[in-house]
Design a protein around this ligand. Structure first.
Ligand SMILES: Cc1ncc(COP(=O)(O)O)c(C=O)c1O
Length: 388
């Protein structure tokens, strides 16, 4: 490998949310990787800092060109540059879109268990979450189509937020599934917002289908949210691109982003994104190799040492979704036990709703040695939990 995925940056006491922990604890929770980002990105950020002048910024052609070329090279589908809007993050954009394109009291559909902040964007803005619960059987999640069709047909449902690939279950929706969802949304005048922040992290099998790449008729009422932040571990860069093919919808989204004041980049957002998208391809290819190896390391350990845990099969994201229903009726209780007894910090699935209360989420994007430590702690914690 050209890049080093064996060492973790020392982030304790560096204002990191993930590493805001007690000495001896091991944080394998929030979706933030313990790898150094691509050196090409670090060099671009350093160059910007050396300039020594940090006034207001606005994205130019080179930014939009870098995004378009990334999707062409990495995902074989070229969005048009005039479909793009800059935003200071996927969630800031999502909340602004919810506020501007729906009314207080509207229903917004999500597929639970799903990234918990979706519920905040909906409910903190006075809208209601309507849940199309994913159907769980034999360690796999599927869409309950009849339920989805019924809930989208409800006149109170005006928007759907899709997560593709899906956090936390690691599912990559097929092109046929995305088309079917978009068709159902269109038939019911529901705006489809696709959060594709994990889209670059498909490390096995066929690639994901960007929603903006759907046929013209279907993409008309869609908004796709992308960012290099999960791909390259740049969450604090606060940069995302909002892709809206339809010009009328785009004008409304742009107004919403501006009203919410989430349309202006900070000093590092543009050079960081341009470097990631124009020079990060080799780094990402190696990251995906490492993620595949780490996934195998984790599932083999769990199969041999922790037969009471079932791992939901996945081929994207760096999040393991662990079915612990044989061990407990409360994943929150088990997560608390793991932290107090072993220092291992995982996410309890309860916050993702749906059947999440039976699951733990483990972030495996870290050097293999750190992952091995986490897995040993998991084994130790489960054994004392069972002995309680
Ligand atoms: C599905 C999903 N969307 C959005 C985000 C956060 O995006 P941002 O930091 O750009 O607001 C995350 C972070 O984990 C995520 O998993």
């Amino acid at each position: 490998m050209m890049y080093d995925f064996q060492k973790a940056p020392a982030r304790w006491q560096t204002d990191s949310v993930k590493w805001d922990i007690k000495p001896g604890e091991l944080p394998l929770w929030i979706a933030d990787m313990d790898f150094f980002t691509a050196p090409e990105i670090i060099a671009a950020l350093q160059k910007k800092l050396e300039l020594g002048a940090f006034g207001y910024e606005t994205p130019h052609q080179d930014y939009f060109q870098a995004v378009a070329e990334w999707y062409t090279r990495e995902h074989q589908s070229r969005p048009q540059i005039d479909w793009f809007l800059f935003a200071t993050g996927v969630i800031p954009a999502l909340s602004a879109i919810v506020r501007h394109l729906t009314q207080a009291g509207d229903q917004i559909l999500v597929q639970a268990p799903v990234y918990n902040i979706f519920y905040h964007s909906i409910e903190n803005n006075g809208r209601r979450s309507v849940v199309n619960e994913l159907y769980y059987q034999a360690g796999e999640y599927q869409i309950d189509w009849a339920d989805l069709a019924t809930k989208l047909a409800d006149p109170l449902t005006t928007m759907m937020i899709l997560c593709n690939p899906h956090n936390p279950v690691g599912k990559v929706w097929t092109s046929i599934e995305i088309q079917k969802i978009a068709q159902l949304c269109q038939d019911n005048q529901v705006i489809l917002v696709a959060d594709e922040i994990h889209g670059d992290l498909v490390w096995a099998g066929p690639d994901y289908t960007p929603t903006f790449s759907l046929p013209e008729k279907l993409r008309r009422s869609t908004i796709t949210l992308v960012s290099p932040s999960k791909t390259f571990n740049l969450a604090a860069l606060h940069a995302a691109t909002v892709i809206v093919p339809d010009p009328d919808l785009r004008a409304r989204v742009e107004q919403g982003l501006n009203l919410a004041e989430v349309a202006e980049p900070n000093l590092l957002a543009l050079p960081g994104t341009i470097a990631a998208y124009s020079q990060g391809q080799n780094w990402l290819a190696e990251l995906k190799q490492q993620l595949r190896a780490n996934y195998t390391q984790a599932i083999e350990f769990i199969k041999q040492e922790l037969p009471t845990i079932r791992v939901v099969s996945s081929r994207a994201t760096y999040l393991l979704w662990l079915d612990v229903q044989v061990l407990t009726s409360s994943a929150t209780d088990l997560a608390t036990h793991l932290r107090t007894e072993t220092g291992l910090i995982l996410n309890a699935g309860t916050v993702y709703r749906g059947n999440g209360k039976h699951f733990l989420r483990l972030n495996f994007a870290c050097p293999p040695e750190m992952l091995a430590d986490g897995l040993q702690r998991l084994r130790q914690g489960i054994s004392t939990y069972q002995a309680k």
